[in-house]
Design a protein around this ligand. Structure first.
Ligand SMILES: [Zn+2]
Ligand SMILES: [Zn+2]
Length: 101
């Protein structure tokens, strides 16, 4: 029979109880390691992971920031954080319309 075990969380160093039923659950699932973190820290990490993954749909691409073109007012995206004092141009305005020869 399993019995309750007291473990120390490696994130917050708080003791938490790894109960007999949790141990049975772990064994059932085939987990060989004891949990390293208390339930609160585990939950927090889960939430963090979700936040990181959900935010960026461009896989392997640079982060793009939404900006408004300071010349024509069109919505555009730029690879840098737009600043108040910096002119942001959309693709159309950025491309020179006249060819200087
Ligand atoms: Zn913890
Ligand atoms: Zn523009």
């Amino acid at each position: 029979m399993s019995s309750d075990k007291t473990l120390v969380c490696k994130d917050c160093n708080q003791e938490f109880v790894f109960t007999a039923s949790e141990q049975d659950f772990y064994t059932e699932k085939g987990f060989t390691n004891e949990p390293g973190r208390c339930p609160a820290c585990r939950q927090a990490r889960k939430n963090n992971d979700r936040g990181h993954r959900g935010g960026n749909s461009f896989k392997g691409e640079r982060t793009l920031y939404n900006a408004v073109c300071s010349r024509c007012g069109a919505q555009t995206q730029v690879p840098f954080q737009p600043k108040q004092d910096r002119e942001v141009l959309c693709r159309d305005c950025f491309r020179p319309k006249n060819n200087y020869r």
